[in-house]
Ligand binder design. Structure first.
Ligand code: HEM
Ligand SMILES: CC(C)=CCC/C(C)=C/CC/C(C)=C/COP(=O)(O)OP(=O)(O)O
Length: 300
């Protein structure tokens, strides 16, 4: 009898004829959209204002370099993705696209993005983009199979886009840009540990080392609280740096208290995955609202 986790039926690869939707899926469009929002936020906040052309070039270059990184991540993980309920319908594990097509697509759009960022924006921003792409594809992606520490490596490329938005305007990695980097870095830890909790069986099946399966549930919940605390502290730092005003400060404080309160409630809950799933959804809403508050109260 086959289990629900057996290999999905695949077409022979030479017969694989990907559709446009498969190329879109390869770029992880929702994550890419959110990454672009954080880069746009960094750009809006940094003094001085950038021209409309630079703005468009940053958004196009960012979209391409993140999409390329995601496509290459899916290429490298095609044999792992087949074992997870969450990922087995992706174009590669489902056999709708050949690995070679995904590889060339990922490499091509990653390479095209570099001159767009270097010429259309500036060299610092292009260099940060390359660093993020390479560290995500060649650092985080292989490390996922070896250590739960991969999360902290993956959080570096995930935090670079708002810094790239900042350097699009300033060309320097100064305090304001680094504060935005810190916000995104710390945000990713509770964001992903919540996922790792409610999908721990899925990760175990795929042989991926995530904190709940290595250090246990209790240590994971503790780590969520610690890093949410660091996240809230870094969001408040934006005010003394003069990047955003009092309206932002109050909003960041309230959103942060809710995050920290809900994270701490996790120590008492015994309802299985429900709490972790709700914390994951809150992490997304939190980031969107925080960036709206930042953009609305920017001091540029
Ligand atoms: C170490 C860093 C990160 C890891 C390991 C991670 C992992 C994940 C995973 C596994 C999911 C799928 C959740 C599920 O459906 O079960 C997800 C969803 C999501 N992530 Fe992250 N993420 C990270 C960083 C980021 C960053 C930097 C952003 C954007 C700023 C982001 C935005 C999102 C969004 C919007 C979703 C929901 C949409 C979707 O599932 O496609 N994530 N993340
Ligand atoms: C500028 C630039 C290139 C920035 C990189 C931005 C980026 C791709 C951020 C996402 C970070 C991340 C670790 C996502 C999860 O991947 P995963 O492999 O754990 O997700 P999966 O299991 O769904 O494949």
């Amino acid at each position: 009898m086959s289990t629900s986790f057996s290999l999905p039926e695949t077409k022979p690869l030479e017969a694989a004829s990907p559709r446009f939707a498969d190329f879109v899926a390869l770029t992880k469009p929702r994550i890419t959209a959110m990454v672009i929002i954080t880069a746009a936020g960094g750009m809006c906040l940094a003094p001085p204002e950038v021209s409309a052309v630079t703005m468009v070039m940053l958004l196009i270059g960012m979209g391409l370099i993140v999409s390329g990184a995601n496509a290459l991540n899916m290429y490298l993980e095609r044999d792992v993705d087949v074992h997870m309920v969450r990922t087995r319908k992706r174009p590669l594990p489902a056999g709708r696209m050949s690995p070679r097509t995904a590889l060339w697509f990922g490499v091509a759009i990653s390479i095209i993005s570099v001159p767009i960022l270097a010429i259309g924006v500036n060299a610092t921003t292009a260099l940060l983009g390359v660093l993020a792409n390479v560290s995500y594809v060649l650092g985080y992606t292989p490390l996922k199979q070896r250590s739960h520490v991969a999360l902290f490596v993956g959080a570096v490329p995930g935090a670079i886009p708002p810094l790239m938005g900042w350097t699009a305007s300033t060309a320097h990695c100064d305090a304001g840009g680094l504060a935005l980097f810190a916000i995104l870095f710390f945000w990713q830890i509770p964001h992903f540990l919540a996922i790792a909790l409610f999908r721990k069986e899925d990760y175990a099946r795929a042989g991926l080392q995530v904190m709940p399966n290595v250090l246990g549930i209790s240590a994971t919940k503790q780590s969520i609280i610690t890093h949410t605390g660091a996240l809230v502290a870094s969001t408040l730092l934006i005010f003394p740096l003069g990047i955003a005003g009092r309206g932002y400060l109050v909003t960041a404080f309230v959103l942060g208290c809710v995050f920290l309160g809900w994270a701490s409630y996790g120590l008492r809950e015994t309802s299985g995955n429900k709490w972790a799933r709700s914390l994951f959804f809150y992490s997304i809403a939190y980031l969107v609202l925080l960036f709206i508050a930042l953009a609305a109260d920017a001091r540029v």
